[in-house]
Write a protein that binds this ligand. Structure first.
Ligand SMILES: [Zn+2]
Length: 175
């Protein structure tokens, strides 16, 4: 996330204040204002942008469709989506406040759709949960194709170290 667009990162921090210390949120607000971004104008769409931005890019369109359906049913961003990241694995639990049955049903239906959509490329081709991600066949094959052991000698060998978080790059390591 650190490598990502800095305005978007700051907006994200401001929209999800529960994840950060309150003094930090004050600094974030001041920095956004200094950059000419009016935090007072933030609305439901700002929340949606930030949530979509944090989740894997292959899911953007499914999430946009979910939020637009929720909005037509009167949903507001004070009923936040509940999701967790743990070592690269994302779990979307539903809405934090589950009292609206209709909104809940929509979110449940879309969670099923997300799990059928590749979180990297949006394909729906044989999507499976593989090493903490929901991946289509070709994205899974791409991961396998990079996992080769090369330059094998008595000094050691080279292998691909895959990223833990979606915002990280994989790298080759020599042993
Ligand atoms: Zn894919």
């Amino acid at each position: 996330m650190i490598e990502s667009d800095s305005d978007q990162l700051l907006k994200y921090k401001y929209i999800f204040p529960e994840k950060y210390a309150s003094e930090h949120i004050v600094e974030v607000r001041d920095e956004l204002m200094r950059r000419g971004i009016d935090v007072l104008a933030f609305d439901d769409d700002t929340y949606i942008d930030c949530a979509i931005w944090e989740l894997p890019s292959g899911w953007n369109n499914v999430l946009k469709a979910m939020f637009s359906k929720l909005k037509t049913l009167g949903w507001k961003s004070d009923t936040k989506l509940h999701y967790n990241f743990s070592f690269g694995s994302i779990t979307i639990e539903g809405l934090r406040d589950k009292s609206n049955v209709q909104w809940n049903e929509i979110v449940e239906q879309f969670i099923v759709k997300l799990h059928q959509t590749c979180c990297r490329c949006s394909s729906k081709d044989h999507v499976e949960h593989f090493e903490d991600e929901f991946l289509c066949r070709s994205c899974m094959l791409e991961i396998f194709s990079r996992r080769t052991v090369d330059d094998l000698s008595d000094k050691g060998f080279k292998f691909y170290n895959s990223p833990i978080y979606s915002n990280e790059e994989g790298f080759y390591q020599f042993i």
